[in-house]
Design a binder for this molecule. Structure first.
Ligand SMILES: C[S@@+](CC[C@H](N)C(=O)[O-])C[C@H]1O[C@@H](n2cnc3c(N)ncnc32)[C@H](O)[C@@H]1O
Length: 227
């Protein structure tokens, strides 16, 4: 759960860097739980990646679910959020207990590389603020970072693209349609399940996909992204 100071920081960053922060408030606890549905494994060591941890509310949930040999990589582009995450790793007792297995990368996820792929990826990126081509390339990059059968969980606020499109310029509408198309392509190939989280401000869909390159999901009724 976010502390008062972290709420304040999030609000400041929303105003200062709206484009990359993309939300007024940190994710609520139900959204955090839905996003971390596939983090816990069956006892084998797992490598978990969280993209866009912000002040660390989803990270709290990930840490709760980490097994004794799991590792967690956090990649965050905003320097103030990175400072807050480092502070939590140093001073928050629950975070301290896993600190030797947590790495914080201060860079855009597009620049993250790894020599060992990740088993579970949780992304909190505000895709609706990005150009469609950037969303496509980030998703391709995440797939490249993923182990076979790895999951990717990410959210989108319900109805936001549709609402924005009502008042958008033609160019902006084209961008939003492009994002819908990119997400539809991803879900058509890899959808695993979708959770509806109404108890969040704003309510959100959580999409879970599985990068099963050798065993495509036999999912004929895949969920569609929110338009
Ligand atoms: C909607 S906020 C989510 C914060 C937090 N995980 C939560 O759920 O409340 C999006 C986060 O993604 C980060 N971010 C945006 N673009 C990014 C990028 N290209 N690479 C890494 N992090 C990015 C922002 O700085 C911000 O922390």
């Amino acid at each position: 759960m976010a502390s008062r100071a972290n709420y304040r920081l999030f609000w400041q960053e929303f105003r200062r860097t709206f484009h990359s922060t993309g939300a007024v408030l940190p994710s609520g606890s139900r959204l955090c739980r839905a996003l971390t549905r596939y983090v816990a494994g069956d006892g084998l060591p797992r490598r978990v990646l969280e993209v866009g941890p912000g002040t660390g509310v989803v990270t709290d949930q990930i840490i709760l679910q980490m097994g004794a040999r799991d590792t967690l990589d956090l990649v965050e582009v905003n320097d103030r959020f990175v400072a807050a995450l480092r502070d939590r790793l140093e001073h928050d007792p629950r975070w301290q207990s896993v600190a030797d297995r947590v790495a914080i990368h201060h860079l855009p996820v597009e620049q993250l590389s790894t020599d060992r792929p990740f088993d579970a990826i949780v992304s909190c990126l505000p895709f609706n603020n990005f150009p469609a081509e950037l969303v496509r390339s980030i998703l391709a990059h995440l797939e490249g970072l993923a182990a076979e059968d790895a999951t990717l969980s990410f959210f989108e606020y319900i109805g936001v693209r549709k609402a924005k499109a009502l008042v958008a310029s033609r160019e902006e509408r084209r961008r939003l349609e492009g994002i819908t198309q990119v997400l539809a392509d991803l879900l058509r190939q890899h959808a695993l399940r979708r959770d509806c989280v109404l108890a969040n401000i704003p309510p959100a869909w959580v999409h879970h996909v599985k990068f099963a390159t050798q065993h495509p999901t036999p999912n004929t009724q895949h969920p569609t992204p929110d338009t």
